[in-house]
Structures are given as C-alpha cells and as structure tokens.
Write a protein that binds this ligand. Sequence first.
Ligand SMILES: C[S@@+](CC[C@H](N)C(=O)[O-])C[C@H]1O[C@@H](n2cnc3c(N)ncnc32)[C@H](O)[C@@H]1O
Length: 254
Amino acid sequence: MKDEKKDYDFGFQRVGESEKTEKVAEVFDSVAGKYDLMNDLMSQGIHRFWKRFTLMHTALTEGMKALDVAGGTGDLAENLAQQVGKTGSVILTDINASMLSEGRNKLLDKGSFNNIALIQSNAETLPFKDDTFDCVTIAFGLRNVTNKDKALKSMFNVLKPGGKLLVLEFSKPNELLTPFYDFYSFNVLPKLGEWIANDSDSYQYLAESIRMHPDQDKLLNMINEAGFSGSEYFNLTGGIVALHVGKKLSHEST
Ligand SMILES: C[S@@+](CC[C@H](N)C(=O)[O-])C[C@H]1O[C@@H](n2cnc3c(N)ncnc32)[C@H](O)[C@@H]1O
C-alpha cells in the first residue's frame, strides 16, 4: 500500500487506490449505527425530499427490476420495492457490511423485505449479468467510490437497453448559498458528528469529499463517457444536491 501512487482524493488528502477504499470503509463502519439519525439532523430532513424527487424519475412499473448501488441503510430500496410491487424485485447492494446490516434491520422492522435482496459488492465491479435492471440508482454513494468511471461503466453494463441510471449526489451550490453552506459544512457538521456520533473526523470527511466531487457539468460528462445518452441533471436546493439522469439506449434506437 505504501508504494501506491496517490491518485485519489480522500477528502482533501491525496491517497492511493486501496488506501482510499480502506479509509472510506472506516468512515462507514464508524457512522453506520447513527447514519439515519445524522442524515435527518444534518439535512433537517431535506434528504427525504431529495430521495423522493429521485424516485419520481425511475419510470419503474409493476414487475420490473431495480438495483440500488451503495444503498447503505436502504431508503431508496424500500421505495423502489413499492414501485416494482410483489412481482418485481430490488437488489440493495453496498460495499460495507455494517451499513447493509443497519439496512437489513431497518427493512425487517418495517416489514418491507418481500422483494428486496441484499448483496455486498463494490460498485466498480457489480456482480450481475449485463442488461439485467430496468433502473439503477446510486444516492450519495458515487462520491465515496474510489474509481468513479469504472463504477459508472459497471452500472451502464448491468442496465437493460432502455433502462435509466439515477445519480443523486452533493454538487456545487449557487454562489449566493456558498458562504452559508461553507460555514455550515466546516463548522457545524463536524461538531454535530462529534456530539451525536462521537466522530468529528467522518463528518469533516463528508464536508471535504463534497468539495472534491465533480460539479454538475463534469459529472454529466463522466456519465456520457460511460456510454449513457440523453443525460441531464436537475439542481435541488440551489445546487447543494443534483440528480443526474442517464439512459442506456435501446437496441432499436441505436
Ligand atoms: C453516504 S452513504 C449513502 C447511503 C444511501 N445510499 C443513502 O442515500 O442514504 C454512502 C454509501 O456508499 C457506500 N460505498 C462507498 N464506496 C462504495 C463502493 N466502492 N461500492 C459500493 N458502495 C460503496 C458506503 O458503504 C455507504 O453505505
């Protein structure tokens, strides 16, 4: 690991490939137990609106198949399962066993497990056949993935022709919001992390990783480079978050 080229960002640090993956794993092992509570506190519940907006773009109907990548504690997967109904199926996948275990307990408690399977896997090397899913979602996950281009390509491959990719992620807010947002991110978030989750470093990483993530247009290019067509994005809450949508062309339209 010591000889790795430091080609990747872990927040504001430059690290090697395996080092990034390990450090991200440490973050989510540490925050898993308090993840849902912290999400509500940090965003004052607004993450629920961002996720609802994403779910409005799935175009899923009864009987279809959906994949939620880096799905963590299962917020999207639970709702995707309702969209595809009993005759459809959803796979919730994440690289981190602690996050999946929280998700599993939450889904069991809510009784929403009938058509959801959990699989631990890396977004860069999704263990599914090509052309399997009608919709692939990834919410607040891509930023944490070491090789984002590889992950986008892997998501492209497992989508059926005609299927949709939805990437919900923090992005670049408009200039009016920036000073307030910076103050909140670098002063309030780590303190909240310290008080609630006894872990300020992970929330410092959160703030830094958001700043290092590609902005709206750069991510749009990356999505197109991975093979998607007709890609577009929607800014939410002044661009604090953006939903990117990409389509895998069906054979008829190629
Ligand atoms: C901020 S959480 C988002 C969880 C959930 N999607 C949500 O919106 O609440 C980021 C998730 O990405 C996962 N993750 C990080 N790197 C990953 C990778 N290479 N492949 C799959 N999941 C990854 C983490 O384990 C974590 O559960």
